[in-house]
Design a protein around this ligand. Sequence first.
Ligand code: UFG
Length: 330
Amino acid sequence: MAILVLGGAGYIGSHTVYELIDAGRDVVVADNLLTGFRAAVHPKARFYRLDIRDRAAVDALLEREEIGGVIHFAASSQVGESMSDPLKYYDNNLGGTTVLLQSMVAHGIDKIVFSSTAAAYGEPERVPITEDDKTAPTNCYGETKLAMEKMMGWTERAHGLRYVALRYFNACGAHPSATIGEAHDPETHLIPLILQVPNGQRDRLSVFGDDYPTRDGTCVRDYIHVCDLAQAHILALDHLSRGGQSDVFNLGNGVGYTVMEVIDTARRVTGHAIPTQMCPPRAGDPAQLVASSAKAKRILGWTPRYDSLEDIVGTAWSWHKSHPHGFEEK
Ligand code: UFG
């Protein structure tokens, strides 16, 4: 039986497909290529270009392939855009997941692992954050991801479809081979933006706020390598295949770094000066987001392999240096 990866041409999806193929699994990828890249799809995966909101196309795929479990990344994921165009997020994230679950139920496929987010918590009451802390999203992206989790819960009660929701903290880094990596347009994430400076694509990095109650005044985040996230999806699917129950897990390293510490690390890794410019805080940015991933370690047996920020930034740099325009030929 194959594993279906929806959104397998995107950043975290493509890395998960590489890990699945390395583990000898049979993989089918579906992606509408609106934000993903065909070149990011592992050559050994069978690829279907489709939109998960298209019920006929999803049905046809599930009839053609023998699918044992689904890993679902196909969603819109930009916080800023979700605030200016919330209905796009309801349509793609909730509408798409509704169609997918309807088709899975109709075809008797009863296991799904999917991307949720630290944005489900909103402004945390304490760090590190555990899975039973309050969920109060402060943006529409987090709201739709939390609603996807709840949709899965009700679907399980009615139809017995089990799920694992993985709440990622700050995904970063690239495959150690540097054949795939992060490529967003527009790019909004800290590490790729920092690396545009040594790559000659940006003069300086804007630092959003230096008056937060943190050790140097800049925001603290928990940076987790994309290949470690990928491994967690495989472990979560194996957990469901063994009959494990539906659950929600945080995925982070449990260590927080300030924006200035990330920039300093990038200076060391690249050997380049990276000038900065202090800017006003970005709306909706919590001061600190750090995960407790004790539950994922205990129940899934997950152990992140990249626990050094230097190694993480090093893999990102190898990718961006060798692919300054991402997957696009320019
Ligand atoms: N930052 C800067 N300058 C930049 C870009 C980012 O100072 O040019 C700062 C941000 O203010 C933030 C930190 O760098 O403090 C990290 O920002 P990112 O945009 O890389 O990541 P976020 O923490 O904002 O977002 C991440 C995920 C989202 C998820 C969110 C949960 O990328 O998908 O965590 O809060 F929703």
